[in-house]
Write a protein of this length. Structure first.
Length: 66
């Protein structure tokens, strides 16, 4: 959970700017944008393959099933 406390004479705009930077640093904005629209399972698989992330069980590097 991200918390932002006011620093002395800091304005609301400055606090909001710091909050946005912290969210971006944590990767929240990227995650929110990713789940903002529906992605077909085949597109998810293709994206994961390009990224090199973990694959579902039963999938080899080439993408063929056992």
């Amino acid at each position: 959970m991200i918390k932002v406390k006011s620093r002395g004479n800091e304005t609301a705009e400055q606090m909001l700017r710091r909050f946005k930077k912290m969210c971006e640093k944590e990767g929240l904005t990227k995650d929110i944008k990713r789940v903002a629209y529906y992605e077909k399972p085949s597109e998810k698989r293709r994206r994961r393959q390009r990224k090199g992330g973990p694959r579902p069980l039963g999938m080899s590097r080439s993408g063929s099933r056992r």
